[in-house]
Design a protein around this ligand. Structure first.
Ligand SMILES: C[S@@+](CC[C@H](N)C(=O)[O-])C[C@H]1O[C@@H](n2cnc3c(N)ncnc32)[C@H](O)[C@@H]1O
Length: 192
């Protein structure tokens, strides 16, 4: 693996994805957006793996599908127009190797439609049940200007309540960056 030279929240989380996901895995992109993370996961799971991607905006679903088509990966993913808070209706418990959340709004989209603390926390809670033992959930919390602060505070208050016999939670805030740097978080569902 190449030496890491860039350290944005996304670089850190992508490194976790690259290290953890294996060919044949089932992975979830809980916030499909423009599809970049879905495409990344499709590459990692290979032809024998599968990705489920969720977004509540038709524009995001269409963008993600178009990106996958463009890269010949459309068969590797289901891109669903559905809230991630309902993901347990289409996924089985303890079946997912990695799940990623990139909170906030659709890049180059409508900034008034963004993830909300109630559905985000419900989705994290459900998502943790869907993870296999040894599975990983990654989060990137975006906040700034007038949005995202409530969601950030609610998620950061919720995570320490997770049972430490079942989960390891690692937050990596950038402590000396300015302008509301996004917060990368990794949750490991430990073997018990
Ligand atoms: C920061 S963007 C995701 C970026 C994306 N990962 C990419 O590669 O472009 C956040 C996305 O979450 C979506 N979203 C908001 N609420 C949601 C919900 N309840 N369930 C699923 N997606 C949601 C938004 O529509 C937006 O597209």
């Amino acid at each position: 693996m190449k030496r890491m030279t860039s350290f944005s929240a996304l670089d850190i989380i992508n490194r976790v994805l690259d290290e953890h996901v294996q060919e044949g895995d089932l992975c979830v992109d809980a916030t499909a957006g423009r599809g970049f993370d879905t495409l990344h996961l499709c590459r990692l799971v290979g032809g024998s793996g599968h990705v489920k991607a969720f977004d509540i905006q038709q524009e995001a679903v269409d963008s993600t599908k178009a990106l996958l088509e463009e890269h010949g990966m459309a068969e590797r993913a289901d891109v669903l127009l559905m809230s991630h808070s309902e993901m347990d209706t289409v996924l089985e418990e303890e079946s997912v190797s990695l799940m990623t959340f990139n909170f906030g709004w659709l890049p180059k989209g409508d900034h008034t439609i963004n993830t909300k603390k109630e559905t985000s926390i419900a989705a994290i809670e459900k998502g943790l049940k869907l993870l296999k033992n040894g599975g990983i959930m990654t989060l990137i919390i975006y906040y700034g200007r007038e949005t995202g602060f409530e969601e950030r505070d609610a998620i950061l208050a919720y995570l320490p309540t997770l049972d430490n016999r079942k989960y390891t939670v690692i937050e990596m805030p950038f402590v000396n960056r300015t302008n509301c740097p996004p917060i990368p978080i990794v949750i490991i569902k430990d073997h018990i």
